[in-house]
Design a protein around this ligand. Structure first.
Ligand code: GDP
Length: 357
């Protein structure tokens, strides 16, 4: 991409007419999803230029097992928010999409009204790669959406592996959708998820209102118990802290969406006032940087000529019990730091010595 094309892309994302902006966003996101090194450099330059225009949006994570009603809910919520004057972007993190061949947002029939609305932007999960890579691309896509003026960014995920943690780690608030019978078997609710949840939504309350009310009471008390750990007793009465809530909803009938948004707004106000929103974003940015450093180092390691040459032999030695794993690791790390990455003569790196391993 020429410098002129790059500045055009930037200008279109920021201030293009609606069709220009939409095209530019798609192009920018495709660029940052690319694995080509030259694309990566262009994407980094673009993201850095977009960065001052980001951060104003509210980032909402939504998780739940397939069939719980995520897309029905996001469609209802998105249209409700647009009705209130917001612009809504919907992104997804679905690390299984490369396996199943289709991502959770790949199907255009999902969110059929929202997906064609001019104030909505919907982008399926990046496919392929590990969760870290998928999550990193979604984070970056989020910045593109924010720079384009979308003030509510929803990141959807399914209950696969660590994807909820990844989404909780990139959003301001994390909501978990549950079915009305969830309360009957609290064991079935993954404990980790409940610890991440800022808000639990019992969807499909229309199907069985009694069960939904029971689930609401049971999950509320379970959350209260969870909240006891590591928090001083007085925290329960501290009005400046957010206490996770449980609400009922029928996404299909659009009932409870306003109460949901009220809870989100309460959360946002409180977290802004007590400084936790800013602290959460800083923590996330630092963790993201380190996650990318880890991932970059791993990749460089795996592609390093001397490492590739020695790895099979050393792995075999470890498996056969002829070498201690830590010694093999040290030997490989030493090759990584001291042999040239592309093969040839070894020139020791001036800044690293064996002790740094
Ligand atoms: P997702 O896989 O989590 O995105 O779930 P979907 O939004 O695709 O919903 C799965 C099914 O549940 C669809 O047939 C929806 O119409 C239905 N559904 C979603 N929300 C509700 C609700 O509040 N009440 C009822 N009765 N059905 C719902």
């Amino acid at each position: 991409m020429s410098a002129l094309q790059a500045s055009r892309l930037l200008a279109d994302v920021l201030h293009g007419t609606p069709p220009q902006q939409r095209r530019a966003m798609a192009k920018a996101i495709t660029l940052l999803e690319s694995t080509r090194p030259d694309h990566r450099r262009e994407a980094d330059a673009l993201l850095n230029a977009l960065l001052p225009h980001t951060g104003q949006a509210f980032r909402l994570g939504i998780s739940g097992v397939p069939g719980v009603g995520k897309s029905t809910f996001i469609e209802a919520l998105g249209l409700y928010l647009i009705g209130q004057g917001h612009r809504v972007a919907v992104l997804a993190v679905d690390p299984s999409s490369s396996v199943s061949g289709g991502s959770i947002l790949g199907d255009k029939t999902r969110m059929e009204h929202l997906s064609v609305h001019e104030h909505a932007y919907i982008r399926p999960s990046p496919s392929g790669g590990n969760l870290g890579g998928v999550a990193a691309k979604t984070r970056e896509a989020m910045l593109v959406c924010e720079a384009a003026g979308y003030d509510i960014v929803i990141v959807e995920t399914v209950g696969v592996g660590q994807s909820e943690t990844a989404v909780a780690d990139m959003t301001d608030m994390f909501c978990v959708l549950q079915l009305p019978n969830a309360g009957d078997d609290l064991q079935a609710i993954k404990k980790g998820i409940m610890e991440l949840a800022d808000l639990v939504v019992i969807n499909k309350a229309d199907l069985d209102p009694d069960a939904a009310t029971r689930a609401q009471a049971q999950i509320t008390s379970a959350l209260r118990l969870l909240g006891l750990h590591g928090r001083p007793e007085t925290a329960h009465h501290d009005e400046t802290l957010w206490h996770p809530r449980v609400i009922q909803l029928s996404a299909l009938q659009g009932r409870g969406v306003d109460a949901f948004w009220q809870a989100v707004s309460d959360f946002r106000r409180l977290q802004q006032a007590n400084g936790r929103l800013a602290a959460r974003r800083q923590r996330q940015a630092r963790a993201w940087m380190w996650e990318r450093i880890d991932s970059g180092l791993r990749e460089a390691f795996a592609h390093h000529a001397a490492v590739r040459e020695r790895l099979p032999q050393l792995t075999e030695a470890v498996l056969a019990g002829r070498m201690v794993a830590s010694a093999a690791a040290r030997s490989l790390l030493s090759a990584f730091f001291h042999a040239p990455p592309m093969g040839g003569d070894a020139t020791p790196s001036p800044s690293l010595n064996d002790r740094s391993l």
